[in-house]
Design a protein around this ligand. Structure first.
Ligand code: FYU
Ligand code: NI
Length: 347
């Protein structure tokens, strides 16, 4: 049974990323559920990453999100700019190419210099929870019917992904041996998450050849509890291995790449890993024979999950104390304050 639930998706340089079947968690016996929960928790503790299949989100839904995203990025620049991202507190709206530089550094001057020298080659659209006082989403619905359709598609997808976040946290509560499967619900039911649509435009291959260190998105770890990443078939995502190399996380159709964020690592007293990753040019195989001097566009959709903004995040029961022989490593921190601090460093 166990090897039917989890196989290996990526294995290189001591980095092992499993492919986990979520079906038995959603509709199996208690024993099946437990086995999936253990696989997920082990993945979070070792590589910090896993691929999830049979996650319950239909491929047609994901396709519609990608299609709506592509139509959004194809809009006139002036339209997109009129929906511009405003503040880290809001974290909603359109982010033009070169505005965000993902980095692990919290040195703002250093990041600014890097943004100028090797900008991230992407544009994004950030969508937050609806109905938050003073923090409206920047919908394109006043432009045309397509804009209204976009709003509906993204609102529905936001809710779908919020539910999946809660399910994965149920699995983790079981896998960590917490008192009950619903332990995290009071931390995740607010849905203070961020749906990010990403577009990496086509780019001359020469840009990568001529600029050492050029990336599509800089090395970083994610900020919140966990991230659900939907990628197209293009490739370019890389995950940092225990040997400090970067290993391709090759797209697998109809799967979601799930990775733990820094707040979850901190919450788990560092028993869970928030592993660094980046996006580079697509792997070179197609380059040899396609005759083009351009890399094609890449689209992805990241759903960044966070603990409710008003929650205090403190080491989970069982991750510190006499029985485990480890002390609490961090003081408690407010989820919202932590996230705003991280967003302030990169914009
Ligand atoms: N924006 N959360 C993240 C992130 C960007 O983790 C977020 O809201 C990382 O790139
Ligand atoms: Ni990331």
């Amino acid at each position: 049974m166990a090897d039917k639930l989890a196989s290996t998706a990526v294995q290189k340089d001591d980095l092992v990323i499993p492919l986990i079947d979520f079906g038995p968690f959603l509709s199996g016996t208690p024993a099946d559920k437990h086995a999936v929960a253990v696989s997920i928790t082990n993945a979070f503790k070792t590589s910090g990453f896993f691929y999830l299949k049979n996650h319950g989100i239909p491929p047609s839904v994901v396709s519609e999100v990608f299609a709506s995203s592509a139509r959004f990025f194809a809009r006139l620049q002036a339209q997109k700019d009129s929906l511009g991202w405003t503040t880290p507190q809001s974290n909603r709206g359109y982010v033009a190419r070169g505005r965000e530089k993902l980095s692990q550094s919290d040195d703002i001057a250093g990041i600014s210099a890097m943004r100028a020298a090797i900008p991230d080659l992407k544009e994004t659209m950030e969508i937050g929870r609806e109905g938050v006082e003073g923090l409206p989403n920047r919908w394109p619905d006043h432009f045309d019917d397509e804009g209204k359709h976009f709003k509906k598609v993204m609102q529905d997808f936001f809710a779908t992904c919020r539910d999946l976040h809660m399910q994965i946290m149920h699995a983790m509560a079981l896998g960590l041996g917490l008192p009950d499967e619903h332990f995290f619900d009071e931390f995740t039911d607010g849905g203070d998450n961020n749906l990010r649509l990403l577009h990496y435009p086509p780019i001359p291959k020469a840009v990568f050849r001529d600029n050492p260190g050029q990336v599509r998105a800089g090395e970083h770890s994610d900020y919140g509890s966990l991230t659900l990443l939907f990628q197209d078939s293009r490739g370019g995502l890389q995950v940092r291995s225990p040997r400090d190399t970067f290993v391709d996380a090759t797209p697998i159709p109809d799967t979601i790449v799930v990775n733990a964020g820094d707040l979850l690592a901190r919450w788990s007293n560092d028993t869970i890993k928030s592993t660094r990753h980046r996006v580079v040019e697509p792997p070179s195989a197609p380059e040899e024979d396609d005759g083009s001097d351009m890399y094609p566009a890449r689209y992805s959709v990241a759903y960044f999950c966070n603990p409710n903004m008003d929650k205090l995040i403190e080491a989970l029961p069982g991750t510190y104390g006499e029985e485990v022989g480890v002390a609490k490593k961090y003081p408690g921190i407010n989820s919202g304050e932590y996230l705003v601090q991280r967003l302030t460093a990169t914009f």
